[in-house]
Design a protein around this ligand. Structure first.
Ligand code: ADP
Length: 475
């Protein structure tokens, strides 16, 4: 704001004339009629009229004139003798002075309120005040710009009817929360005057009257339509990137995975041949054949399990939340990279509780765990002077599920700690530097945290938390 806002004067044209005429009439009656009453007290009306049209200086001038006229009347009609006329004059002078003081105080309060109201017009947010029946009582310039209706067209109309408000949850629940806590915020959809739908981040604050009864609601709406669309694009790009990094990780695991599937296939062939031999016997040994077929079925199941897990990991899809056992997810991923650990001479220690329930996207969490395990294996690939040990733990901790992956690898340099989770940060020649950054966005979108700490001995520990199922359900 630059300087005070001038007082708006609605009746400015005729009020000065009325003031002059009134002052003149009062002066004539006060001076030339022998009435024994304090006529000059009526000057307060002139001062009050002045306060409606003039600013401070004008009011003071009018008030001074009235005081002067009061004294002038006294001098003309009675002189300065100490009689009742002098007393009446003093009463009038006090009345005019007090009225002037009160009118100026009132004027400055009104000006301050007006300035504040005009400040509300400066904000780009759409502001409205509605009474408890939903009728609009205030509508700022931001609301005019966003929705297209002028204030005069909206006053007294129901805001939800006018804007066709669409709530994401139940309206009754929202109103109940507003009454209980005095506040509500969330995204809602409004329809503008030209029929466009806009998504707004809406914040409601309840005003109560002096008896504590709900009186009005101040609603602040910020247009987030564009922001949501950008967020949507971003989510899609992220999902695609996550998919690409998953496929890349699976590519790195190709040899291990081929072995993982090959092993049961080889077992199937061997057992098949053995079965044939038992059948060729005279008489055929049916019991041995049955055992062989059972082993074939088990091996085939193992292979198809591996393939099912791989297919799940390589599919691209939107995030799906459901209750999951994090312990089970850890075990599944460990199974997928068991062979990789064997090849790299990494011994695995597990301390995995199950069931360990949280709400989340199974594939995304598999990706995070796989990324942490693979990073651990890679961090130890150059270690030859000590055992390569990877310890994975999954436990319940307060109201959270805590998963940690500890390695005895090269460790993390203090200056890199903050950068590890940034996109494209990598120290590996063939690395993309996306694994940890994607892991972080996955974990944070699940309401959890992920961090790294240096071990007392060699290596690093990566940990993440997720809200446990009960905590997630009540959040
Ligand atoms: P990438 O594996 O493609 O490099 P990540 O985002 O998974 O991408 O990891 C980023 C970097 O963080 C790695 O290049 C490595 O420097 C470091 N890092 C990750 N995990 C570990 C670990 N367990 N020990 C030491 N450094 C690690």
């Amino acid at each position: 704001m630059t300087g005070p806002v001038p007082v708006k004067r609605k009746l400015s044209r005729w009020i000065p004339i009325a003031m002059v005429l009134s002052a003149l009439a009062i002066f004539i009656v006060d001076t030339f009629t022998p009435l024994d009453i304090a006529i000059a007290v009526l000057y307060v009306a002139v001062v009050l009229l002045a306060a409606n049209v003039f600013e401070r200086r004008g009011v003071l001038l009018v008030s001074g004139t009235c005081l002067f006229l009061t004294v002038a009347s006294l001098l003309i009609s009675h002189g300065l003798e100490p009689d009742t006329a002098l007393l009446r004059c003093l009463v009038s002078l006090s009345a005019i002075t007090i009225t002037t003081f009160l009118a100026l105080a009132n004027q400055s309060t009104t000006m301050r309120l007006r300035e504040q109201a005009e400040l509300l017009d400066l904000t780009h947010d759409a502001l409205m005040v509605r009474d408890m029946s939903g009728k609009i009582a205030y509508w700022n310039r931001g609301a005019e710009e966003l929705y297209g209706w002028r204030e005069s067209e909206t006053l007294g109309r129901s805001s939800h009817d006018l804007l066709h408000t669409v709530f994401s949850g139940s309206r009754d629940a929202i109103e109940a929360q507003l009454l209980a806590s005095g506040r509500w915020e969330g995204d809602i959809i409004h329809t503008t005057r030209d029929g466009r739908q806009v998504t707004v981040a809406s914040r409601w604050a309840l005003q109560r009257d002096e008896r504590g009864q709900p009186a009005a609601v101040l609603e602040t709406n910020t247009d987030v339509t564009e922001r949501n669309e950008t967020q949507e694009d971003l989510n899609q790009a992220r999902a695609q990137l996550a998919h690409v990094t998953r496929i890349t990780t699976l590519g790195e695991l190709a040899a291990s995975i081929a072995h993982e599937v090959n092993q049961p296939l080889a077992a199937i062939v061997t057992n098949g041949e053995v079965c044939l031999r038992w059948l060729d016997r005279n008489p055929p040994d049916l019991q041995e054949t049955r055992d062989g077929v059972t082993r074939i079925i088990q091996a085939a199941r193992r292979a198809s399990d591996v393939i099912a897990r791989l297919r799940a990991l390589s599919r691209r899809g939107v995030s799906e939340r459901s209750p999951i056992d994090v312990g089970e997810v850890v075990t599944e991923v460990v199974t997928l990279i068991e062979r990789e650990m064997l090849v790299n001479r990494v011994s695995l220690r597990r301390d995995v509780a199950s069931p360990l329930m949280a709400v989340g996207d199974r594939v995304q969490l598999q990706q995070v765990i796989m990324n942490l395990l693979m990073n651990g294996v890679q961090a130890m690939s150059g270690v030859n002077d000590r055992p390569r040990v990877l310890t994975v733990r999954a436990t319940a901790h307060d109201e959270e599920v805590l998963v940690s992956v500890e390695d005895s690898g090269v460790g993390v340099a203090p200056e890199d700690e903050a950068r590890l989770f940034q996109a494209f940060f990598t120290t590996r020649t063939e690395g993309m530097g996306m694994g940890l950054s994607i892991s972080r966005s996955i974990i944070e979108s699940h309401g959890g945290r992920i961090w790294v700490s240096r071990n007392n001995g060699p290596g690093a520990t990566f940990q993440f938390t997720l809200p446990a199922l009960e905590a997630a359900a009540s959040a």
